[in-house]
Write a protein that binds this ligand. Structure first.
Ligand SMILES: [Zn+2]
Length: 459
């Protein structure tokens, strides 16, 4: 498939998007911005809920209060990073300027948080909620246009069909969400999106229509519905994005019927099956899988028709590490139960594209040998050995910034490994050849799942 031409930028096929959650957390989230230069022009995904400052929340950054003075989001993020780096950079790391605008920048709505906020704000009154949701949708699209994001995901309810976790503790909210007709609300948002875009002929970002559904058959139906509506209303989306299939735990059992119930299939088959269904009607348009960029997902999703992905796992595994663990990096004392080490991504490829010996996965930093072979990426090049990363991590009690730097080196290394996989995949036309030339246990297992998907869901 061809690369995606955007206004003035190109998105490679396939591509991995690094998620930036500054505005949605402190500590690591701030340093993701500061060390953005480590991943160069790797595409970036931002979350509207976190950066618009329209919905009060505890991590809100005042940096986003004054976006109005910038021409576009690239210029704004470049200036914000400059300011953050003045106070939050490791003393042993030389600051270098970086143009955020060199990245393809994707805006996702973070709609689940917006939905919760608006439900509560409107006293769980459905009509008032719907009205304000539509107005939030227009604000979101206006924001993406005003700040010239390269790509924007369609606005929907956030792709969730079952609500659990923190929301359960809030009984009125939970009751409201269960009462909400998810399908009807998403359809209403889609129709209003089409109306909005039909009027805005000069709209800047490439808009991706969100496809969702409870079952594989729903996905195919919904994709066809989108194409029919496009034809009827005379508007064509730039591409599609798949919402709600990345987290297998919340999915309908029908996704796993027909032999997709082993551990790896559970984690990979649903987004790949959704991509297969949507590819049949998408023609040569791009398909982005929200949350579908885990290392074990990328190759399968790509060969099933997806063209770009993102995932939060990389920074989450780094963020697993807490300050308490730092003091125990080189200590012989037993680790307190509350102490948790951050995890580094291992496996993948070296910078010369040779396959690494170890299988891909995340390993707690204290369990990685001091002389572990570095991959040669821009992050690994900053140190002489893996021991250097462990040493920086261990310095937390004297120097917070050394710890954060170590974590961001691990994060950027993981991002660059996901990017490298995408770059290598672009050279292959089919899963069989890719697996034969890259015969890892993961690829062999993915090839089997791929064949089963093709058998079940067809070409
Ligand atoms: Zn590396």
């Amino acid at each position: 498939m061809d690369n995606l031409r955007l206004r003035g930028k190109t998105l490679q096929t396939p591509s991995f998007f690094q998620i930036y959650n500054y505005g949605g957390g402190f500590g690591h989230k701030t340093r993701e911005m500061v060390y953005a230069d480590l991943t160069g022009d790797t595409p970036a995904l931002f979350n509207y809920y976190y950066i618009s400052n329209k919905f009060p929340h505890m991590f809100e950054s005042s940096e986003f209060d004054n976006l109005g003075k910038y021409a576009d989001i690239g210029e704004a993020l470049t200036a914000i990073r400059d300011r953050l780096a003045r106070e939050n950079i490791y003393s042993g790391c030389k600051y270098s300027p970086f143009d955020f605008g060199s990245k393809v920048i994707f805006l996702d709505s973070g709609a689940a948080n917006i939905v919760n906020y608006l439900a509560e704000k409107n006293g769980y009154d459905e009509q008032a909620f719907n009205e304000e949701l539509c107005s939030a949708m227009r604000d979101y699209y206006d924001f993406a246009d005003r700040y010239k994001f390269d790509v924007v995901a369609g606005f929907d309810l956030g792709g969730k069909y079952t609500f659990k976790g923190g929301e359960l503790k809030n009984a009125p909210l939970n009751c409201f969400l269960n009462r909400l007709d998810v399908d009807a609300t998403n359809k209403m948002l889609f129709d209003k999106t089409l109306d909005y875009l039909k009027e805005k002929r000069e709209y800047y970002p490439a808009v991706l229509a969100v496809v969702h559904g409870r079952t594989p058959a729903d996905y195919a139906d919904y994709a066809r519905y989108i194409v029919r509506e496009e034809e009827e209303k005379g508007y064509r989306f730039k591409g599609f994005t798949l919402g709600g299939v990345a987290s297998w735990k919340a999915l309908d059992a029908s996704w796993f019927e027909g032999g997709f119930d082993d551990r790896l299939s559970k984690r990979t088959a649903a987004p790949a099956r959704a991509a297969t269904a949507v590819r049949k009607v998408a023609g040569d348009r791009p398909i982005h899988v929200l949350g579908g960029g885990g290392y074990e997902n990328i190759a399968l999703n790509y060969f099933c028709g997806a063209t770009s992905f993102d995932v939060a796992t990389l920074s989450r595994r780094v963020g697993d590490g807490n300050g308490l663990s730092a003091d125990f990096m080189f200590s012989k004392e037993p680790l307190p139960r509350e102490a948790k080490f951050g995890k580094a991504f291992v496996g993948g490829y070296n910078s010369d594209c040779s396959l690494r010996r170890e299988e891909a996965g995340y390993v707690a930093i204290d369990r990685i040998p001091d002389d572990f072979e570095l991959c040669g990426c821009a992050a690994c090049k900053r140190v002489n050995s893996f021991y250097d990363i462990k040493k920086l991590y261990s310095e937390k009690s004297n120097d917070d910034e050394a710890f954060y730097y170590a974590c961001q080196l691990m994060n950027a290394h993981a991002v660059l490994q996901h990017r490298k996989l995408c770059e290598l995949l672009s050279g292959y036309d089919d899963m069989d050849t890719f697996r034969k030339e890259n015969p890892t246990a993961l690829n062999i297992a993915l090839n089997r799942i791929y064949n089963k998907i093709k058998e079940k869901d067809g070409e």
